[in-house]
Write a protein that binds this ligand. Sequence first.
Ligand SMILES: [Zn+2]
Length: 520
Amino acid sequence: MKRTRILPILLAAILLIAAIPFGIAAATSDTAQGPRTGSNVAIRSEGETMTAPKYVFLFIGDGMTYPQFQTASAYLSINADKDTILTTSEMLNFMKFPVSGSATTYDSTSFCPDSASTATSIASGHKTYSGVLNMNEAKNKTYTTIAESLKAAGYKIGIISSVNLNHATPAAFYAHQASRNNYYEIGLELIASNFDYFAGGALLKPTGDKSEDVQPDLYDLATAGGYKVVKTQAEAQALTADAGKAIVIAEDLADSNSMNYEIDRADTAWALKDYVQQGITMLNNDKGFFMMVEGGKIDWACHANDAGSTIHDTIALADAVQVAIDFASEHPDETLILVTGDHETGGLSIGYAGTNYNTYLKNINYQTISYAKYDADYVAKYVENKTPFADAMKDVAALFGLVMPAQADTAANKTLVLTDYEVAELKKAYDITLKGGFGTDANGKSLQTAEEYIQYGTYTPFSVTVTHLLNNKSGINFSSYSHTGLPAAVYASGVGQELFVGGYDNTDIYNKMAQLLGIQ
Ligand SMILES: [Zn+2]
């Protein structure tokens, strides 16, 4: 009696274990009736084919992984006056996707890799050296990207980035270069890609290296190559699918001709989400589309240890994801949305000794300008005008909320009153900044001391000290000015989402997309 009861249970258990690789097929067996156009049957038993999504959105937060979106979601959780008692926990939209995975990010040379190699892994499924785009380590072989394969298969292709369109991450979807710094050559490949919609920050070095003979302007070459090139928002808004191939450059550009940080963006200026919405207008067609959208300035903000800008740009990426979610709700059986990052930047974490590990994320609200814009619009003038420290600190109070001890009585937020130690740190950094930073010796070698390099990275000492203090008084800390080795999060929603569950390597993000989309 016992045995006959145990056997079916054992059998059931064995069948269950055997079914795990196809577990999702079992879970969706009500729809698993064989391939049909537009069906969402993603995983089938061996021999059966998968239905490819017609619309694919791939969002990449550059420098964004768990710390960035966790901090952004924590910020949203406390934003309604709840610094100490958490009664709600906000999650960014993609954090609630039905499937999540985790991807290792190391490349052929580094455990804290760069965007060129990691985006290559995502775009074409290969490891390579940091700095290399879709070429092998020997730099004598090129790799075909998912976007190129899909273009050949009839999909329309969109590439959107808040940084320059020939920067490493967007370039990884159309370029094959030994160095990510070959901006002009990357620009030539952008034009040659024949992709349908490029939008975001301006091209770097559109006429090549200034030191050499000026080469033909990339925008002119793009126009000659059949692209409609627009550089104003009014023109961008007027674009319809009839325009054909288009390159849309954001009208008001910021540092390095990238789009503004979200924290600096004028209300009337298009956000990342608006370029995604326009992309849908431009790309929607019967054969489907693939759209890669990069939140590129999350990385730049983290390099600069600017937590406020990091949070706002991460939320801007989630806003862009929402456009895809809304589109998917109208095309539920035909759309796949992936949200991932290429690597972590900054070694960002919540929890700082100076606040005794309490968080005061609301303090981030006092920051109303990015580090980069503060540096360009204010600190440059302090240096030029030899502005007294006390005057600079008035700007710091107005733009970052940090107030001098003498103003403690009138300070709106007591946790933002500077200690004498913090004022001394600011004064030290201010003096170095006014001297013109660190300078270089006759041989071009940096005169920065080892201590200064640890403390300020390669950033303006005063500005970076200001953001450090606001971060720390919010309970946030950074441990690096560059990339770290944390795994990338992968969130998936829609057709084929099941493929992205679990732990794997970042090259498998490509492999899974290729499998799903029928690319060899
Ligand atoms: Zn970076």
